[in-house]
Ligand binder design. Sequence first.
Ligand code: FES
Ligand SMILES: [Fe+2]
Length: 351
Amino acid sequence: MNTPITSKSVSQPEDSSFNHTDWMILSRHWYPVARAVDVADQPVQALLLDVKVVVYRTSAGLSVALDRCPHRGVPLSKGCVKANHLVCAYHGLQFDAQGACKKIPAQPSLVPSDRFRLQSLPSVERYGLVWTCLNPDGHSAISPMPTWYDEAHQQVLPPSVDILGSAGRQVEGFVDVAHFAFVHHEAFADPENPVVPAYETEATDLGVRSDYVSNVSNLPKGLQHLASPDFQWRRVYEIYPPFTARLTVHFPDGGLLNILNCASPMTARSTRLFVPITRNFDTNGPLEDVYAFNAQVFAEDKDLVETQWPQELPLDPMAEAHFAADRTSLAYRKLLREMGLTFSRSASAMA
Ligand code: FES
Ligand SMILES: [Fe+2]
């Protein structure tokens, strides 16, 4: 972990799309902002909660900072990394992994003061992703995925997907079991089998778990003959609020597929989705097949998540109508409410 030497709190941008209370709550949590593999010798910009950050790599590892040069406000992501320093594109100021300014080329003999220090953020590399937190409070943690570090499992990290929809709507869609027959009938589900058997939901230390068993196969359409039609497919959903959920699908013969759905809120109404996947079967199978199946499933969801109205997930229990299969969604909305979130655009929610 790269811990900044100075850790000033980050303020909400004036033109932020979140109400102030929500932004303050959400800014204390960790989110992925890039795949580590995508940060090589060039700095990369990412957007998190309306805040532009830069991710860059030196021999000390990956660093994250606000994407703004302390000299004249140019985005550091327009610069480059040279000789282990992030170099600003405008006047060439050089910054080290901790954000300290080491050189001002126009005045090479000057030792730069702390006024030239970047506002660095903590960074952790986990599941192939670079995670950061704008205002760490020491309590929030990165959501768990133990199989990522288990040799018996193959680890796969597809490219991220941008969604013009809110993180809350996307996560709720990920844990929704009643849409398979209608939205995913080309990927894996059966359009003639829409019934959702009753299932249980329970509170966990980190959120909520649902344990759902049905005969809806999780195999891609062309491979469904590999499992008996009577096989009972178990899907366990773990929700880690605010915006991460993990699905474990139990395949025949002890097969386990794990999908960590990390919805990183770029703004209140746009999301960058990162999805680390592991499986303990076909572990030498081609990664392209996993990428393609994953991309197909999320593409099938995309148009619906992007057109739901309101765009923000409604947290008022009386908003929208619900049926029994929605119990995971309702538990998720309750968790978010209990965190103090409203997802309201109204001025009354502005502190
Ligand atoms: S704006 Fe970055 S060096 Fe001047
Ligand atoms: Fe879906």
